[in-house]
Design a protein around this ligand. Structure first.
Ligand SMILES: Cc1cc2nc3c(=O)[nH]c(=O)nc-3n(C[C@H](O)[C@H](O)[C@H](O)COP(=O)(O)OP(=O)(O)OC[C@H]3O[C@@H](n4cnc5c(N)ncnc54)[C@H](O)[C@@H]3O)c2cc1C
Length: 350
């Protein structure tokens, strides 16, 4: 899939985790427009992907809030600023493409599916880095990847009328098994034990579909793949008592969780700390490249705490400096949201 559209905005935010989302708010208050890129198909970063149902107890003024609730609240808070999201895409490169009449550099950010965004400032809020799928230890799986083995679903239509096998016991496996079953020729969920980590409502939906023969459930381990030229025909399963057996399969979707790696951000050219984190100053949270900032879990400075509240603070200071790059001839007035009618207008509360 490619997308050759070129967009223009004030700030590109790489990473739509909680910190990237809050950055939209702080940048919006100083009238800067944002586009956000995230490799995941949903916003919220670690909060939405790793612990959506778990309560967080150290968000100021929220005695308890789950990862998903925090994400939903942040989305509500940034609504007035109309951010543009480019989800399911990885930012793979940043490049300086010129300088404007005020001597401010113009940057371009590119994604792996061809989206190009021109901007004045870039904010890296890429957290622990890119989420990459954990691959099942099945010999020869590479031959089928991208043709009949997929680690995410970008287009459901690709799976219509196929014999699908979904593997895993967490939320992604259950959600996709439940969602794809109605459009599949057949759908089998394979998990190594009859105990699922996913949300109880999704587990109940899956069991209900199994009892109505709308999908099958195999408690087994995947031992091998059979097919030709990258096209799967069947998969080999092993059950403790039943032994080995084959089931038909055109498409395999393994959902064995995600790991995080720094990914392409590592090669953007900033000064790094221990090759894994981006060095910033604590006044503006700018990297060693002017006009490029870094906030949240991915940055490093003396005393850094990888907490959501630290990232929120970093966003506020970053936005002040980003304003001055985008408006070199203007002075920024410090204002409170409680008393400034101009800020309240921007927030649509006046
Ligand atoms: C189980 C668990 C419990 C936690 N509990 C707490 C808690 O109680 N309190 C607390 O304060 N913190 C907690 N944390 C830590 C907290 O989740 C992180 O501090 C927070 O998520 C950091 O936010 P972020 O926006 O910087 O990064 P992330 O949440 O990591 O988001 C970064 C986003 O960037 C995207 N990305 C990375 N590289 C690219 C790229 N090249 N292109 C496009 N997108 C990219 C990723 O896909 C991801 O969505 C917890 C973490 C875990 C795992």
């Amino acid at each position: 899939m490619t997308n050759t559209t070129t967009h223009k905005t004030d700030v590109v935010i790489i990473g739509a985790g909680p910190v990237g989302l809050f950055a939209v708010f702080e940048l919006g208050l100083v009238d800067l427009k944002c586009h956000l890129i995230d490799i995941l198909p949903v916003v919220g970063g670690q909060c939405a992907e790793l612990y959506p149902q778990k309560p967080i107890y150290d968000i100021p003024a929220f005695p308890s809030i789950t990862g998903q609730e925090l994400t939903d609240n942040l989305m509500e808070q940034i609504k007035p600023f109309d951010p543009v999201f480019h989800l399911g895409q990885m930012a793979i490169g940043v490049e300086k493409i010129g300088t404007d009449e005020n001597g401010v550099d113009i940057w371009q950010v590119k994604t792996d599916i061809g989206t190009v965004i021109e901007c004045k400032c870039i904010v890296i809020s890429a957290g622990g880095g890119s989420f990459v799928p954990k691959k099942p230890p099945i010999q020869g799986i590479e031959e089928y990847e991208g043709k009949s083995v997929f680690y995410s679903v970008r287009d459901m239509e690709k799976f219509r009328n196929k014999k699908i096998v979904v593997a895993g016991g967490g939320d992604s496996a259950l959600d996709w098994a439940n969602n794809l079953a109605p459009i599949s020729k057949s759908l089998t969920l394979v998990h190594r034990r009859d105990d699922f980590r996913g949300h109880p409502a999704s587990v109940n939906e899956m069991r209900d579909k199994v009892s109505k023969n709308e999908m099958s459930l195999e408690i087994a381990q995947i031992k091998g793949l059979n097919g030709k030229n990258g096209n799967l025909e069947s998969i080999l399963l092993k059950h403790k008592e039943k032994g080995e057996y084959e089931i038909p399969c055109d498409m395999l979707l393994p959902f064995y969780g995600l790991t995080m790696t720094l990914g392409p951000v590592k090669d953007f050219g900033f000064e790094l700390h221990k090759d894994t984190l981006i060095k910033v100053d604590t006044e503006k949270f700018e990297t060693s490249i002017p006009q490029i900032f870094s906030i949240g879990d991915i940055n490093y400075y003396s005393g850094k705490l990888k907490l959501i509240l630290s990232g929120f603070h970093e966003s506020a200071l970053m936005a002040q400096k980003a304003f001055s790059y985008c408006n070199p001839d203007k002075k920024l007035l410090f204002q409170y949201t409680t008393s400034s009618s101009s800020l309240q207008k921007k927030l649509n509360v006046k």
